[in-house]
Design a protein around this ligand. Structure first.
Ligand code: FHN
Length: 434
């Protein structure tokens, strides 16, 4: 009888705690436990193989760039195949550039003719992805650019010419944004909105807060990144004051975020060099990407890894293969990534750590060394250690700290994880900044 009462009490406590959270907190918790998502930069610019938005009025003359949609016919686009590629990579969500800085829309929006329905392809890319994501259990997220160099009411019309157009009208432009955002939320039910492009002078934090409040009024549980406002970590990986952010989580870019147990963050990286597809672009090695994945999880953050599909709608076979290799690694080591917390040790070139329950997951990045020495853990003892496949690992705690002797047979191999069993909950340990 006592056990039943305990179970009921625990259920009541869990439910109460859940309801104590706001819809945003609940969604953020789910998002941060997912740890790994696919970023997709795609649009008519892939017909030229140059960078989306940024090559307009540079490598590609503005008029040519803005006419590419008339040729855009990704006949080999297969939403199920894209989503399966993300799922096989171990990714839990997918973020697509529904409208990047060039203003082209991948859905049949009512608010501008510059959209997929007026291309030879005609069909709704976003709807196909929404259906495929739902079918395969992947969260659909939407990238939406705050700036739009193509729209007549946005005052700046090129990345390479900041001249303000006196005929533009920001009030009309913000109304246009709100109409499109309502269209996107109501018709495609995204899990998250990934804003971008807020650095130019026409945009202000106050407009960012107006849009943030607006999207939450349509879907209270939706979350956004912090690129509705001017404060975000970006490529400099700046330390941001949460009070100054507009949005729910921070966005380091092409950099692993800082270990932070209170501020949610997600780092975006490219699997190649360019965001949009580029012929013969350099493909990142598996070693490089896995180290980034372990370090982002080790920092208590997410990794959003970008792929750039080709103009015919396919993702390059070599990118699909790399993603499959990441998924194969996660099949063995996913417990050390998904639904874990970062730390307690800050990542180094040799290792990263995540934790859950009484376990610390030691991600061994430098497999050429015979041992790793970790700083002592205050008030905790390592009572056992093994690889994810159960092979015992020798650990000695002494004056210099915790020495983990790495298995000889794994020397020089791909990174792997050693599980350190503790005599207490790993979440009670303070962060160890090195
Ligand atoms: O200008 C964009 C760029 O094209 C790309 O979309 C990245 C993705 O994080 N964000 C902006 C650069 O910070």
């Amino acid at each position: 009888m006592k056990v039943n009462k305990l179970v009921v009490l625990l259920c009541l406590l869990f439910t109460a705690q859940l309801h104590a959270q706001t819809p945003t907190q609940r969604t953020i918790n789910t998002f941060m436990s997912d740890r790994f998502g696919m970023f997709i930069h795609w649009g008519p610019v892939t017909l030229r193989g140059t960078e989306i938005g940024w090559s307009r009025d540079k490598e590609v003359p503005m008029e040519d760039y803005d006419s590419l949609y008339k040729e855009f016919n990704p006949a080999l686009f297969n939403a199920d195949a894209w989503v399966k590629t993300a799922k096989d990579a171990g990714m839990r969500y997918l973020t697509i550039t529904a409208r990047h800085h060039d203003g082209f829309c991948l859905w049949p929006t009512k608010y501008t003719a510059y959209n997929i329905s007026n291309t030879p392809y005609k069909k709704d890319i976003l709807k196909a992805l929404q259906v495929a994501c739902k079918k395969q259990g992947i969260k659909l997220c939407i990238y939406y650019s705050v700036l739009d160099w193509h729209h007549p009411d946005y005052p700046i019309h090129s990345a390479h010419n900041g001249k303000i157009d006196p005929h533009a009208n920001m009030q009309r432009y913000v109304a246009f944004m709100k109409n499109q955002l309502k269209e996107l939320i109501v018709n495609y039910d995204p899990f998250m909105l990934w804003f971008d492009g807020q650095w130019e002078s026409p945009w202000t934090d106050s407009l960012g807060r107006e849009i943030y409040t607006y999207v939450k009024s349509i879907k209270p549980g939706i979350i956004t990144n912090n690129r509705l406002g001017k404060k975000f970590a970006a490529m400099e990986n700046k330390a941001i004051d949460p009070a100054e952010m507009v949005g729910d989580y921070d966005t380091p870019e092409r950099a692993v975020g800082r270990l932070n147990m209170t501020m949610p963050w997600e780092s975006s990286f490219t699997i190649c060099q360019q965001w949009a597809w580029k012929p013969n672009d350099h493909l990142q090695s598996l070693k490089t990407i896995l180290a980034i994945l372990s370090k982002t999880a080790g920092g208590n953050g997410n990794l959003l890894l970008n792929v750039g599909p080709m103009s015919d709608g396919r993702i390059e076979a070599r990118q699909v293969k790399r993603l499959q290799e990441i998924g194969d690694w996660l099949k063995i080591n996913g417990t050390a990534v998904y639904n874990t917390y970062g730390g307690p040790y800050e990542a180094t070139a040799n290792y990263a750590t995540t934790r859950k329950g009484n376990k610390i997951y030691l991600h061994v990045l430098n497999t050429d060394t015979a041992a790793l020495v970790l700083p002592a853990l205050p008030g905790a003892k390592v009572v056992g250690a093994h690889t994810m496949t159960g092979q015992s690992v020798t650990v000695n705690t002494g004056s210099e700290g915790i020495q983990v002797s790495l298995p000889e047979r794994l020397k020089g191999k791909l990174q792997y994880v050693v599980v350190l069993e503790l005599d207490k909950d790993a979440m009670t340990l303070p962060v160890v900044k090195l």
